[in-house]
Design a protein. Sequence first.
Length: 318
Amino acid sequence: MQQFLDFEKPIAELESKIDELRQMSDPEGANIAEEISRLKDKADKQLAALYARLSAWQKVLVARHEQRPHALDYISGLITEYVPLAGDRHFAEDSAIVGGLGRFEGMSVMIVGIERGSDLQTRLTHNFGMAKPEGYRKHQRLLDLAGRFGLPVLAFIDTAGAWPGIDAEERGQAEAIARSIEATLSVPTPVVATIIGEGGSGGAIALGAADQILMLEHAIYSVISPEACASILWRDPKQAVVAAGALRLTAQDLLNLKLIDRIVPEPTGGAQRNPQETIKRVGEKISIELAALTKVEPAILRARRREKFLAMSREIIS
């Protein structure tokens, strides 16, 4: 069953009416069929108009929608012969970061993703997509394998941020994130990262220092969540709506700032309305990027990747 956000209430009412008409005793009757067609056309137009003018805060809500496809959905939909790998070989397995070996369109690749779960049980299993140091060290291990065997890396990012608990800090959370960024910048093979939902803080950029950064149309990417930003600046989480606009966290803002490379259009009404089509579109974009990147020499690839992110910092400082 489709779950509606608060701002989608008019659409929800129309679709509820359509469902009622379909459940009537004679749904094939000319009058009822005509009314269903009229209401469906109206709902489709309203949905398209609504999603064409979403505010920054509304995009935050869409990016967090629990029915959007998650990292494991992309892996299942795009990767064949997937073999998951676990553990950081130092402390423990972290289920927030998933990854392993597989084939993308017949090409051997290394896959890494941040999985936040789709229901209460899976969210608890994956710690709501908030990785601990062992997760980032597992990521580093997988990138090391990718470099050794010449495998391109595909990353799928969806996290509110790294786990902020005391246990993570005791085990070197900041160092682990920094090492993951360094590992991503240093791997001698192509890296394509896709922000599929929420790209939060260092927890996201740890996997996102890629040759090409793709971002779904209604995803978000920010150094801090709007709620946390509002709490710091105004000591009032209710100001999150204002903070969302100021943070410039939408795909459109980030493309203008040259902090991402491509926007992947979502189906009308967002990825949550048609997950399979969304996964297909992401796969098509990744295929295009990999075709170009695999032709570049490893040394040039790595040097260009590093310069790309140095240029971002110079632009921000200036």
